[in-house]
Ligand binder design. Structure first.
Ligand SMILES: NC(=O)c1ccc[n+]([C@@H]2O[C@H](COP(=O)([O-])OP(=O)(O)OC[C@H]3O[C@@H](n4cnc5c(N)ncnc54)[C@H](O)[C@@H]3O)[C@@H](O)[C@H]2O)c1
Length: 253
């Protein structure tokens, strides 16, 4: 088993990509701390892992609150016995033109996606450094961390920030044996994006932006995240791995 007895912490583990990371890591023998603002969803993820005879524990965490994040890292370590991998999958987005975007909405998206990734990664890395341990961090960037799309100013800015933070932390923490990487997914069918697929014309437009002519399932992103988390791939750091079905390689003519 790829991650036998490793301690995995996953924010946003109650839904979508984070949930699939929890399932995939547990299936590979990891002990998983499922953190989410929505505790009930985290509990559902844990129940499924336990049904499959895996080990998991649910925690309510608000990644925008330093105290909540500190509590999550400490409680996860107590429950799992060790911490090795952090996956920052908690995230939100707005769909509103830049002219109409309120400051409150801007701030909320930046708080969760960027400041939340910073706070959780910093707390996790501090704990590893205290213990003299190595570890892995995998962040959820996006194709919109590399390019823009309309009506997502805060989201696009936050994900560009996640790419910068990934590189910065990878650079500063590399000599301590802490690797920091990100995935940049294209459109993935999850509760975050579900309403895209209710409109057949929009669903077709989503297919069309990807070279592969389809969107992704969250399991496909989880596989890339586990690749980056795997110590067998230990020379990869500061990378932003596009898992985007060819969205960013060019425009179809
Ligand atoms: N779905 C996509 O197409 C897609 C594409 C690229 C990147 N991403 C990124 O992947 C990540 C996961 O997205 P998803 O599609 O699985 O979304 P999702 O909505 O299915 O899951 C996100 C989870 O984050 C949790 N969350 C929100 N705010 C939180 C907070 N303050 N503290 C803790 N948890 C919080 C939610 O409760 C939810 O369970 C996000 O960062 C998103 O931006 C998604």
């Amino acid at each position: 088993m790829q991650f036998r007895d490793r301690g995995f912490l996953v924010t946003g583990g109650g839904s979508g990509i984070g949930q699939q990371v929890c399932y995939a890591a547990a299936a590979e023998g990891a002990r998983v701390a499922v953190g989410d603002l929505d505790h009930e969803r985290a509990e559902l993820t844990v129940a499924e892992i336990r049904r499959q005879k895996g080990e998991a524990h649910a925690f309510r965490v608000d990644v925008t609150q330093p105290g909540s994040v500190a509590g999550f890292i400490a409680a996860a370590e107590t429950s799992l016995g060790r911490i090795d991998v952090l996956v920052n999958s908690a995230g939100i987005r707005e769909i509103v033109s830049v002219l109409d975007l309120s400051f409150e909405e801007w701030r909320r998206v930046i708080d969760v996606n960027l400041s939340g990734t910073f706070l959780t990664s910093q707390a996790f890395a501090r704990r590893l450094v205290q213990q003299g341990k190595t570890g892995q961090i995998v962040n959820l960037a996006s194709t919109l961390g590399l390019m823009a799309a309309p009506n997502r100013a805060a989201y696009t800015a936050s994900k560009h920030g996640v790419v910068g933070l990934t590189r910065e932390m990878a650079l500063e923490l590399g000599e301590r044996g802490i690797r920091v990487n990100a995935v940049a997914p294209g459109v993935v069918r999850t509760p975050l994006t579900e309403r895209y697929f209710q409109d057949p014309a929009y669903a077709q437009a989503i297919r069309d932006i990807h070279a592969l002519g389809r969107w992704a399932e969250p399991q496909e992103i989880a596989r890339a995240i586990l690749f980056l988390a795997d110590e067998a791939n230990g020379f990869v750091t500061g990378a932003v791995l596009t898992v985007d079905g060819g969205w960013t390689i060019g425009k179809k003519m």
